[in-house]
Ligand binder design. Structure first.
Ligand code: ZN
Length: 130
């Protein structure tokens, strides 16, 4: 179990990360919107410009998508802190451990279960390739 002090430490860490991503994400959305508002200007260029523009746009959308997932994850973790299940492995119910959480505050599995999950995913991927 995490001590009260450790729990507060992780709460601060998660909250700080959440703020940072939300801030970054807001800039990205504004960037995307300013581009969408004036597409005509962009498309006066040649095809290479257009390809660059579309490439950049899809890159931003991908980033935003990843950020959104991370934001959800961080909210989930903060809810866990509130209900006292933060730091408990979702698969086996053992402590994840403060060291692992320090490196990866959004971890929801202990290192053993994580390894197992990754091995399973690797096996599935290998099977699908065949
Ligand atoms: Zn576990």
């Amino acid at each position: 179990m995490l001590t009260k002090k450790q729990t507060e430490h992780f709460r601060k860490k998660l909250t700080a990360e959440l703020r940072e991503i939300e801030e970054r994400n807001k800039e990205k959305v504004e960037e995307l919107e300013s581009e969408t508002n004036d597409p005509s200007e962009k498309f006066h260029g040649d095809e290479a410009d257009q390809a660059n523009f579309l490439e950049e746009r899809s890159r931003l959308l991908r980033l935003r998508d990843r950020d959104r997932k991370l934001i959800n994850k961080l909210h989930e973790m903060l809810a866990k802190i509130d209900n006292g299940t933060y730091g408990v492995c979702e698969a086996c119910g053992m402590d994840i451990g403060a060291d692992r959480l320090e490196m990866r505050p959004v971890a929801s599995l202990c290192i053993e279960c994580k390894k197992e999950q990754e091995e399973r995913e690797e096996r599935d991927k290998a099977l699908r390739r065949r």
